[in-house]
Ligand binder design. Sequence first.
Ligand SMILES: Cc1cc2nc3c(=O)[nH]c(=O)nc-3n(C[C@H](O)[C@H](O)[C@H](O)COP(=O)(O)OP(=O)(O)OC[C@H]3O[C@@H](n4cnc5c(N)ncnc54)[C@H](O)[C@@H]3O)c2cc1C
Length: 323
Amino acid sequence: MLTPADLPPSIQLQRDAPLAEWSTLEVGGTAQWFTPVDDLQQFQQAQTWAEKEGLSIFYLGEGSNVLFPDGNLPGLVLRNLIKGRQKSGNEVELGGGEKLENVVCWLNDLGLAGMERLYGIPGTLAGALVGNAGAYGQQVSSVVLEVSFWSGDRVEVLSASDLEFAYRHSLFKVHREWFILSCRLGLTRSVESLQDVSDEILSRRLEKYPEGLRCPGSFFKNITLDEVSQETLKKIPENFIMFEKIPAGKLLEAVGANGVRRGDAQFASYHGNLIINLDQANSQDILGLAREYAERVWERFSIRLEPEICILPEDAWPKWSNQ
Ligand SMILES: Cc1cc2nc3c(=O)[nH]c(=O)nc-3n(C[C@H](O)[C@H](O)[C@H](O)COP(=O)(O)OP(=O)(O)OC[C@H]3O[C@@H](n4cnc5c(N)ncnc54)[C@H](O)[C@@H]3O)c2cc1C
């Protein structure tokens, strides 16, 4: 049997690693094992070790879309720091561990358009691909050409059309064992000052997400109209519907979520779909609050709110859906 000592010195394995510092919510107990990986070789070494030990693996980017449990999370948390940037014409190849905001600035400088409106979304490029991150009319999938990933026993490449990108969804949400290594994006040349567009978006975003806010972004997904029956739709006030979606925040606000607090977890007073850690919130406070108001939405509107964020462990949230 391999022990942590058998791993190459480049792998820094940490036991009972505190998780709160790896999540923008700043909530969480400890990970049984934790390691950052800088390249494919380190990834494979850590992966092989975990498999031999029979450990489950959780892939982590910047932790801007996760809720860790309060206790010990069994298995290995593997943090993706795989960087790299290359440009060829209007195409770029990027490591999945690149920070999204750095990528956007780099593309803006190169005069390559397609991601400038995503400025201000925290996290890695890989994390953005998993949830098809989007804002202000842009989503990452619209510039993806192909993604390279570890499928369990080898590196594979899939083109965007095979990755089932949809609103806050991709095939990576189904195949949790796939680890994103890099991706190729296709952009459009622009003469506009793209950084000006990004900066303007950022100033709008700061109204909802002031610096230092402990949160995971929107807690629940908005509801696409094709998810709900005509019967259900009759219960939704017409002015709630925006861009073919029912915003979860409107439903939560209608059932009185705004400003409600449990322990140090609180729904933002100005937005129903934002749960904040005021200081010392724990996962139970957050889940309790989210669950209580999701139930209220169900009772009033017959709509099941689905978390947009990744909640650990997997069975901490019921597997319900509107279909
Ligand atoms: C203040 C704030 C504002 C936000 N605004 C937006 C917004 O406007 N639009 C939006 O879409 N999102 C938004 N988010 C959510 C979040 O920023 C995005 O979902 C982001 O893309 C997550 O990236 P990450 O690297 O932090 O992923 P993490 O939170 O670390 O992980 C998210 C998921 O991706 C998986 N994952 C991470 N890396 C890999 C990998 N290499 N291979 C396979 N799976 C992997 C994880 O296992 C997990 O399931 C916001 C979050 C915050 C805190």
